[in-house]
Design a protein around this ligand. Structure first.
Ligand code: UTP
Length: 638
């Protein structure tokens, strides 16, 4: 038995043997007699043997501390059994089981302690990709190409994250994307996918009836609330069979450099667990069988996106167009990035042994890597005023065929990392337990050099405004850096929509600057529209037919497919709802007292959390709301 001890661990064979005896007795003493002697009861016997095997495995991996506090046989048997139920789950949900997990952890923890650089031997260079300019001819034709491809796509939302930085008590996808309409992120995503589905199918002469699949990866922290949100809103108009939920499991926490598993501080019969990161999405998709199913349906693309980027679907059509036209196996969406900005840079890495890969390098690793490889200025801005390494926004478009081939080799395992917070420079102890993590954007690390890995850069105002930080932390963000808060996330939507309408020819007033929850932001007119109104730029241009103007204090919510602004002058609040079969013409001058913006302190608990975290709410003083529920032609002449 001593031979089974892992190399390098402080393993005591004698202790092992006696501990094993003790453990076997403490598990189910009556069962030992019964099952071991009574071969007839095979089922129960197997269950028990399974526990013994798991116990042996843990002891072999230096985890005897997990049992050290166990009381004598017969005490807490139910808890001991549930301990093994958890170990069984942890063992089966990690590729290679807990043995692999612990061994990988030991190696990564040793590397971390030794300060080993994961990029040793690699030289960075700027990869090739596409830089798009919103609204120009190239952009417009790429959008058309992307819409055409959309019917061959599947969407995957990773929504298993804890959202610790935001600290919101609910799930992030249930937060309002903006509070003019109050529609949540998930509703906006689903409406955008349905609009793409419809627009894409219309482009096929012989008709198409595809239902674009939508996968949501959840975790124990988000699963029940995500399902509840979908069910209580009739899946926001999507067919329930289109939506698949894949739940990721957490992984065991690690208490020290020997990868001893950490016990839950509140329950000594539970191993503490934490999320493994969004990289799990690849192995879950692989094992779900969905990828093969999509391939057999003729699908070509899988689009991955995150929980709170309210601007993402402004970027999807053109980026998908880039993937299709350039034949990219992997296309990462990116935004211009100032040198040293706290966002990962897309980088080509070439190893001394000839290996190359195009991946995201975290900003705190990119600068030292450049300095160590002959770039004395490190990560510096080039003549464009930005770093030549574009900022990764973690939205990926993968070509399905090559993706499946790669996953057949790796089964979706993604290279992991560990990030322990040490108590001091000796790196002997951790401030709190850590765990192995993996990121979905590390998928290209294992690809062969022949893989076509590129990126698509779009303006930040158009494509990226995540909601990640709580008000207090956002207010501390150094000036000039993005807040990534609920405040900035909502204001970014109004800014993008205003700029899109401007580009389409409308006169949109300049913003004013205001401060909410300690964050200075531009306040543009509160303009929103449903995805079926303005899915791509061409749709927006088609629906602006005369000279329209919108004042800064205005709010405009357009909810309907065929609503045409034909010389609207808006100074106040206008809400237009129409059924798809109606065609609505809006002309003339709409003036009313409108909705004013009230400041809200995030500490003011009389306000709902959704409001407090953005620091403002609308006081609905006066508005014009029109509803067209019948098909046919209508007009509003104010
Ligand atoms: P974030 O980096 O925003 O992490 O995740 P988070 O866990 O949600 O938030 P913090 O770091 O605790 O503040 C980016 C995306 O990846 C998903 C998140 O839901 C988000 O869409 N994610 C993250 C997962 O799906 N699983 C994970 O284990 C972690």
């Amino acid at each position: 038995m001593a031979g089974m001890a892992p190399e390098g661990s402080q393993f005591d064979a004698k202790h092992y043997d006696s501990k094993m005896q003790e453990l076997l007795q403490s598990l189910r003493p009556d069962h030992i007699k019964m099952f071991v002697l009574d071969e007839a009861d095979e089922m129960l016997s197997r269950g028990f043997k399974d526990q013994v095997e798991l116990a042996k495995m843990l002891l072999n991996e230096g985890q005897m501390h997990l049992f050290e506090h166990w009381p004598e046989p017969g005490v807490d048997d139910d808890k001991k059994k549930s301990f093994f139920d958890q170990v069984r789950r942890l063992n089966s949900s990690y590729p290679g089981g807990l043995v692999s997990y612990i061994q990988n952890a030991r190696k990564l923890l040793a590397d971390s302690k030794a300060g080993k650089n994961p990029y040793d031997g690699f030289t960075p260079s700027v990869p090739s990709g596409e830089v798009l300019t919103f609204g120009d001819d190239n952009f417009v034709s790429l959008e058309a190409a992307g819409v055409k491809e959309a019917r061959n796509a599947a969407f995957v939302l990773v929504a298993g994250g804890l959202g610790e930085r935001l600290g919101y008590k609910g799930i992030k996808v249930a937060l309002p994307r903006e509070t003019t309409t109050g529609k949540c992120f998930l509703q906006h995503y689903i409406e955008s996918i349905l609009s793409l589905q419809e627009a894409s199918c219309k482009m096929v002469d012989d008709g198409c009836h595809t239902k674009i699949p939508f996968v949501i990866m959840t975790s124990d922290d988000t699963n029940a609330l995500t399902i509840q949100l979908l069910e209580s809103n009739s899946y926001f108009g999507m067919e329930p069979s289109q939506v698949k939920i894949l739940k990721q499991e957490k992984v065991a926490c690690l208490a020290d450099n020997d990868a001893r598993l950490a016990l839950d501080p509140n329950d000594k019969y539970r191993i503490q667990t934490k999320p493994h990161g969004h990289g799990d999405v690849h192995s879950l998709l692989y094992s779900s069988g969905l990828l093969e199913q999509w391939k057999s349906e003729g699908r070509k693309w899988v689009l991955f996106f995150q929980d709170t980027n309210g601007l993402l679907f402004n970027a999807i059509p053109s980026a998908l167009g880039v993937s299709a036209i350039k034949g990219y196996n992997v296309n990462s969406l990116a935004v211009p990035r100032k040198a040293k900005e706290a966002i990962g840079g897309i980088t080509k890495l070439t190893h001394v042994d000839g290996r190359t890969m195009v991946i995201n390098v975290e900003y705190n690793q990119l600068d030292p890597l450049l300095r160590a490889t002959g770039h004395p200025d490190g990560d510096a801005n080039c003549e464009t005023g930005y770093s030549p390494y574009p900022g990764n926004i973690n939205q990926l478009i993968l070509e399905l065929g090559p993706y499946i081939e790669e996953l057949k080799k790796t089964h979706g395992a993604i290279s992991e990392f560990v990030n322990p917070k040490y108590t001091d420079s000796t790196k002997m102890t951790f401030k709190s337990s850590t765990r192995l993590e993996c990121m979905m954007q590390d998928y290209p690390k294992t690809l062969p050099p022949s893989a076509k890995v590129g990126f698509t850069v779009m303006d930040t105002w158009l494509a990226y405004a995540p909601v990640k930080n709580n008000p207090e932390d956002a207010a501390k963000v150094p000036k000039g850096n993005p807040y990534h808060s609920a405040t900035s996330g909502e204001m970014a939507i109004y800014r993008a929509n205003s700029l899109i309408l401007r580009k389409a020819g409308a006169q949109i007033a300049d913003p004013v600057v205001d401060t909410f929850n300690g964050q200075e932001v531009e306040v543009w007119p509160r303009i929103t529209w449903s995805p079926r109104w303005g899915l791509i730029f061409r749709n927006v241009k088609e629906k602006l037919r005369g000279d329209s103007s919108i004042s800064q204090r205005s709010a405009l919510a357009i909810n309907g497919r065929n609503i045409f602004l034909e010389g609207l002058s808006l100074d106040g609040t206008l809400i237009v709802n129409s059924v798809d079969e109606a065609e609505v013409k809006i002309t003339g001058h709409v003036q009313n007292k409108g909705w004013t913006i009230q400041h809200v302190d995030y500490k003011d608990t009389s306000e709902k959390e959704e409001i407090r975290i953005r620091g403002f709410k609308f006081e609905k003083v006066e508005q014009l709301e029109v509803n067209y529920t019948e098909p046919g032609k209508h007009s509003l002449s104010a």
